[in-house]
Design a protein around this ligand. Structure first.
Ligand SMILES: *Cc1c(COP(=O)(O)O)cnc(C)c1O
Length: 389
């Protein structure tokens, strides 16, 4: 008998410990974990450096309140600002809190410049920005919003790639465009660099804000610190979460000076957000990930992974339709429903997870080793060979 609410479709599998890229199940089976808590454990399970940090800080100070100065948070914010487009950072505890805060910041900015009527945000239909009320209505997904009315107003939607519709949606009430740089849950769909540039230009022309949701694709996942980095685009607001805590719940909103000026004392807050324990862990993760050589290796290893996956695709064109994504945010799109494929991979001790559009999502830790990638490739190929359509 389980006393947990049945709001998840859980696999019948549990674990006792993890180490790097591997998980050990309750019955002693070793799995190659290419889910990593859905792009959360960016450095794998129980990374020695993070274990050290958490132990050291646990003996000193866990939590105080944002009523006081938090030097550990100052330090992490400074590091994030030095590395990125941002001038300021606001800490939260999760992705949806970060996107929700991004929405609030956009609205509050226009309120602060005496244009309170500019409060609508344009998003991509069937995107994913989290599970709080505003976030589900931002996502524009029927499945996620069903039964949770009344509707949270203020979001308009266009289909991925429908530039005409996007332009038509912008009016004097529009405050911002908010999109995932790479749609994660939506099927690992990458917004190309020329498109990101187009979005920035459009936002400049219409004097509205650009919010890039990097909760899944950010923090080194693509081989750059942000997925939008190669486009050279400067967004106004960027929510991050998943990867930054390496498994510890941390969310953050990065923003420029212009919008930060609207967030005066009392406009937003969080009891847990930015506590010393979380901040120390975030700093340790960032110290490792933001290293140039580390990111270079992510690029190199992920390029190898993509190349080899494409070779498998070419061998099995009737099973695999497309290899999607960037860096270690990878989607294998199948021609048909992917559940059976994922189950087969699991039987062969490789853990992966679903995304929309028949996609098998593959999210190795960023420090995955070449021989672990090879092991995954071997299993994927084996499943293809034995897969009867
Ligand atoms: C996971 C995710 C969220 C929500 O994060 P939670 O920590 O689950 O609240 C928001 N946006 C994107 C793009 C995500 O992938």
């Amino acid at each position: 008998m389980s006393y947990l609410v049945k709001n998840y479709n859980r696999k019948n599998l549990s674990f006792t410990k993890g180490a790097g890229s591997f998980l050990y199940s309750t019955n002693g089976t070793k799995y190659l974990d290419f889910v990593q808590g859905i792009a959360v454990n960016s450095l794998g399970h129980a990374h020695p450096e993070l274990v050290k940090t958490i132990n050291k800080q646990a003996k000193k100070l866990w939590h105080i309140s944002n009523a006081f100065q938090i030097p550990e948070g100052e330090e992490l914010a400074k590091k994030l600002v030095k590395k990125t487009f941002a001038d300021y950072v606001m800490f939260q505890n999760s992705g949806t809190e970060a996107t929700e805060a991004a929405i609030k910041i956009a609205r509050r900015y226009f309120y602060s410049i005496k244009k309170p009527y500019k409060n609508r945000i344009i998003c991509i239909k069937n995107s994913f920005h989290g599970r709080t009320l505003a976030s589900i209505y931002a996502s524009g997904s029927k499945k996620m919003t069903e039964g949770f009315g009344p509707k949270v107003n203020g979001f308009d939607h266009f289909k991925f790639g429908d530039h005409k519709k996007l332009k038509k949606l912008i009016n004097k009430k529009t405050a911002a465009i908010m999109v995932e740089t790479i749609m994660g849950e939506g099927g690992i769909k990458v917004i190309p660099n020329w498109c990101l540039n187009g979005l920035r230009q459009l936002c400049n022309k219409k004097k509205i804000l650009l919010i890039l949701d990097e909760v899944q694709c950010g923090v080194g996942r693509t081989g750059n610190f942000f997925a939008f980095e190669e486009s050279k685009v400067k967004p106004d607001i960027v929510p991050i979460a998943k990867g930054i805590g390496g498994g510890f719940p941390i969310g953050a909103v990065l923003m420029n000076k212009k919008v930060a000026s609207a967030m005066v004392a009392g406009t937003h807050g969080s009891t847990f957000g930015g506590n010393p324990l979380a901040m120390k862990i975030g700093k340790s993760v960032l110290d490792i990930i933001s290293n140039k050589d580390f990111l270079k290796k992510v690029k190199k290893n992920s390029q190898y992974f993509h190349f080899e996956l494409n070779r498998i695709k070419d061998q099995f064109p009737k099973i695999i339709k497309e290899i999607r994504g960037k860096g270690f945010l990878i989607g294998i799109q199948l021609h048909e429903d992917q559940s059976r494929f994922i189950k087969s991979l699991m039987t062969n001790k490789l853990l992966t997870i679903k995304a929309s559009e028949n996609v098998v999502r593959i999210l190795p830790p960023l420090n995955v080793k070449r021989n672990e990638i090879n092991l995954a490739l071997k299993i994927i190929k084996k499943v293809c060979v034995s897969y009867n359509r």
